[in-house]
Design a protein around this ligand. Sequence first.
Ligand code: FAD
Length: 116
Amino acid sequence: RIREDCPLDKDQLGYQTWGLLHTIAAYYPEKPTADEEREMKTFFMLLGKFYPCESCARDFSSLLKLRPPATSSQRALAGWLCWVHNHINQKLGKPQFDCSRLDERWRDGWDDGSCD
Ligand code: FAD
């Protein structure tokens, strides 16, 4: 059973971090300034440096080198992050997420109204 007043294990940390990251991507500007683009790239680079699971952080940093954050628009960033998460899902033997449903999952709620 998950206790909310205990330190996070690797899976809890991952689940909650993805929640934050996908929500940030869902609300990133449609037309970011050059500063916002640069800062978002730095944000992910620092996450790769300080993410408190050493092997996760190492793999994530390599992934960032392979495919740097796409920061040109909200859609680009959210799509890039979906690709990154799916890459990690594949590594962990988890199902692939359908990236065409990103807005429903992370911003608007499912089309069937189940989040209303
Ligand atoms: P999670 O993978 O945490 O997903 C949470 C929710 O996100 C899902 O329920 C789904 O609704 C949604 N989702 C799933 N895929 C996508 C997608 N592609 N796009 C958008 N939404 C999606 N764990 C390890 O064991 N080894 C690692 O190397 C590792 N590296 C990680 C690196 C990072 C940067 C992060 C944030 C986490 C990492 N984790 C790693 C943790 C791992 O990814 C999972 O968070 C953890 O295993 C819990 O998985 P989960 O099944 O609860 O769902």
